[in-house]
Structures are given as C-alpha cells and as structure tokens.
Design a protein around this ligand. Sequence first.
Ligand SMILES: C[S@@+](CC[C@H](N)C(=O)[O-])C[C@H]1O[C@@H](n2cnc3c(N)ncnc32)[C@H](O)[C@@H]1O
Ligand code: SF4
Length: 364
Amino acid sequence: MKVNYLHHNLDKKAFIFPKNEKVLICQEIFNQVCVLANGDVVCSCRDYNGMYIVGNIYQNRIYKIFHNEKYTQLRDIVLNSNYSCYCSQVKGNCVFKKRSSKSIQNELKELTIKKIQLETISNCNLNCPICEVSNWKRNKSSRLAKLSFETIKELIYDVKNSLTYLSLFNYGEPFLDDRLLDILRYIKEVVPRAYVYIHTNGNFIPDNWKQRIIEEHLIDEISFSIDGASQQTYEKYRVGGQFERAFNNMADLVNIKNKLGISKHIGNYLKDIVYRKNRLWKFKPYIIWQYILFEWNDSPEEIAKAQKLAKDLGIDIVWIITHSNGKSKRFNENTEEYHKLWGIKNYSSEVISNQIERKIVNKS
Ligand SMILES: C[S@@+](CC[C@H](N)C(=O)[O-])C[C@H]1O[C@@H](n2cnc3c(N)ncnc32)[C@H](O)[C@@H]1O
Ligand code: SF4
C-alpha cells in the first residue's frame, strides 16, 4: 500500500507500508524527535547512545532534520523490516514497535513533529546501577552535556504550530538544569497547548521553585521515580539517593496544590490517562509516584507501606515492571498479583497500553 505524505512545505514522498498486518511498526518516526543534550537528534529515548543519529540541532533546524534523507531512510528501513520488536537501527528490541501499519495509516494525516523528547541536560546526581548515565559518568563520556538555551528556544519556536506533547526529560536528571523554570516558561508562552511531562528522581528540587511550578502551571504531569517505601529498599537501586528527600519533595508539591485549592481529587491513574491525553485534566500538575518493582522492594509489607503513604498523600502509584537485573519475580505482566496491584480484574497483560485506554474510554 502506498501513502503520500506532504513534506513540510512542498515536496512529496511516498512511503510504502507493509501489507502484512502482523508486522508491527513504530509510530514515533512519523511524528516525533528526541533531542539529546549534545544536540544529536534520534528517533526516541530508545536510542540513548545515538546509534542512529538523524542530525544535530546545532547544525540544522529541526524541520530540516525531520525531513532529511537520513530520517527518511530510517522510516523506509523500519517499514521494510520483517521484525515486530527488533529494530536494526538501534540493534535491539524497541517497545515503540507496537502499531499495525493499518492503524498508523488511519491516524497519520501528515508527517509533522507533534512530540518531542527533550533532554536539556544528561548529567545526574544519582548512580542507578543499570542506567546508562551512571556508565557515562564512570567513563567521562561526551554524552554528558547541556543543551544551549538559545538552541532550545529555536527548537520550540520551530515546532510551535504542530507540537502537542513535550517530554522534558530523557536520560539524566531534569531538575539539575538551573534554567529549568525559564525553559518551562518559554514553552508555556510559545506553545501553551503542549502537554509538558517530566520524570524526576526527586532528590533535588529547589524550594523556591515549587510554588512557581504550581502557581504558573508550568508542568502538566510530573512523575517521581521512588522505587521503595523506605531508605533501605530505595537505595538499592537509587544509589546515592535519599528516600525521605524524594518523598518530601513530592509531598511539598502536593501540599502546595492542596493549599491553592487546585486538587481535592484522588486520582485513578488508568482512568485519568484518557483525560490527560485529551487535555481535559484540570488538576495540574498531575503528580504521580512511579515505583519500579524489584525483588528487594516487592514484599507485601513494603508494597502496603507504599500504598498507605500514597493514599495518605492523595496520589496514585504507577507500578512498573522492569526487565533489568533484580527485577521482581513476584510481579510480571502476566501475573494476577500484578493486576491486583493495579486494582483491576480481568484484563490483558499490557496494562498501560492503547488497548486498555480504549477499553477505559468505552466504559466511561
Ligand atoms: C533515565 S530516567 C531519567 C529521569 C530521572 N532521572 C528519573 O530517574 O526519573 C527516565 C525513566 O527511566 C526509568 N528507569 C530507570 N531505571 C530503570 C530500570 N532499570 N527499569 C525501568 N525503568 C527505569 C526511571 O524511573 C524514569 O522513569
Ligand atoms: S536517577 Fe534517573 S537518570 Fe539518574 S541514574 Fe537514576 S535512572 Fe538514571
């Protein structure tokens, strides 16, 4: 099947989508860029080491890169692949290869940048053993960098008419960027409709930023990576981190929200996903606790403690299955225990998936 997509301005390029509906392809390459802190542009967070660099933002404007030969080649390679999970360009499996070509074609109206993963800084204050950043720090890698503010501004300005979703993190700790508030302000000024999403380890959030973030509505969703409910279990993966500091920083944001009367709402992560994605969410920022399940933090006591802390604070916990060393044996995508953790009966293994979202929409 042949589909023509209008390139940014004038020229047309025809993509040939696979006829075999069983081969899954990724949608990211049609509407997303991931900008690394050294300026390199890759398809997504999956390419954290820059295995297939499509351009560099210091050398070319983003719309040129998005439509250049290298990115076009990548799209062709992915469309011609017979693998559903494996991507030859990042030389490994990729979670983004999850769409049938038919469903993508139905949704794709144009080839345009709707989503950006923006890594303004790639350094970090923690040393999580399996995270690439810890590797880069050990090897003093040139992958550790900070993107210039001028370039960030240029990038946001260039996509202001199409951008709907911006992940302001990739690898590294976004709150270590001393320009973060000004970057957020610029984004909200130039492209106010974009949904801004941040992941943080929560160990460093300057006190004088907290009120500003909430009052100025600078972030739509903020997720705290806190993998444990006590220092002992937390620090096994979050090496160098303080459980109390991360938890208190998260609690401070919730309390500021409550004081300002922004949220009286105790959410339901799965149900609210639809509201957030459709920008119907009113209780901004949506604050979530993300808990990666390891064998050292998955005991019934530890889980119950985390659930109580979250309930008392009035936030949701998102339980994450990892495939890294030390992954929980008790919980995996197929266990009933895992579904119970989410408080959901009778449903498929892909908890946070498009299918589930659709089920939720249909039910509500
Ligand atoms: C690389 S971190 C960068 C943002 C921030 N420093 C943090 O830790 O949240 C991005 C995401 O990767 C997740 N992550 C880190 N190590 C992981 C692992 N072993 N398995 C699954 N997710 C992991 C983090 O929890 C976070 O949600
Ligand atoms: S806190 Fe985040 S970026 Fe830092 S080492 Fe851990 S996972 Fe990586």
